[in-house]
Write a protein that binds this ligand. Structure first.
Ligand code: F6R
Length: 236
């Protein structure tokens, strides 16, 4: 596992965008797994800039998003469809038919990923509680994509994007741990003090536990973590 520590979110985003751009340039029909949330916003902006400068072409790229809330329309401003459209898809030449979200046909999402050739590069953010996608800490984790219940902590943390906590959907469609681990390469981004504890738990001991889903990433043969100094501050 490569761990890269950057001085701030700007540097983290630059490095992440550079890595993603290099993979698309090397394989124009790359299959990309994508994350939403506050972490990758600047990374997506930098990818859009590279496209605007003529350095990136998304015309053959295929995307599979990690997750989507249950019950939100695609054009709902809180939906992850809307997030992706606003932050990336509307700014690049990615064909609509190449874009996939797990809420449409969750039972066949992993099959669709396999039929696309498997995910080449999976981008991940990190929940304060150690979740990746909406794979919440628990005694057991799902291998495949499905409908999952969010923890109260995740609902609370994500309520910052909603007017009130009661509006946050309690369930979401999420890739499973296997859906993520089958990706050929993983790029996990984490910035800010709130992520420091989970990163410390993940890296300070060799323990792998479903109670800290991100710890499973230690098993992946081709994983890179790009952190800012705050997120890295509890690494011993
Ligand atoms: C979103 C996702 C989540 C987020 C995580 C961190 O698609 O998969 O696991 O990456 O909750 O969210 P932010 O970046 O808002 O701190």
């Amino acid at each position: 596992m490569n761990v890269i520590i950057c001085k701030d979110k700007e540097e983290m985003s630059l490095k992440a965008a550079a890595l993603m751009a290099a993979r698309i340039q090397a394989k124009p029909d790359l299959v990309l797994g994508l994350a939403t949330g506050s972490t990758p916003i600047e990374t997506y902006a930098k990818l859009a800039d590279l496209y605007a400068q003529g350095e990136l072409d998304f015309s053959q790229v295929t995307t599979f998003n990690l997750d989507e809330y249950e019950g939100l329309a695609d054009d709902d401003v809180q939906s992850y469809h809307y997030f992706m459209e606003t932050n990336l898809f509307s700014k690049v030449n990615l064909p609509k038919e190449n874009i996939h979200f797990p809420n449409l046909d969750p039972a066949h999402y992993d099959q669709a990923i396999a039929e696309a050739g498997g995910i080449d590069l999976q981008l991940l953010g990190l929940g304060v509680n150690g979740h990746i996608a909406f794979i919440e800490p628990g005694d057991q984790l799902n291998d495949f994509t499905g409908l999952v219940t969010l923890t109260q902590q995740t609902i609370h943390v994500n309520s910052r994007f909603f007017e009130e906590e009661a509006e946050v959907p309690g369930r979401a469609y999420s890739m499973g741990i296997g859906s993520i681990m089958r990706a050929r390469e993983i790029l996990l981004l984490a910035n800010g003090k709130s992520k420091a504890h989970a990163i410390g738990q993940m890296l300070n001991t060799p323990t792998i536990t479903t109670q800290l889903p991100v710890s499973l990433i230690r098993l992946h043969p081709q994983a890179t973590l790009i952190l800012d100094e705050e997120a890295a501050s509890e690494i011993r």
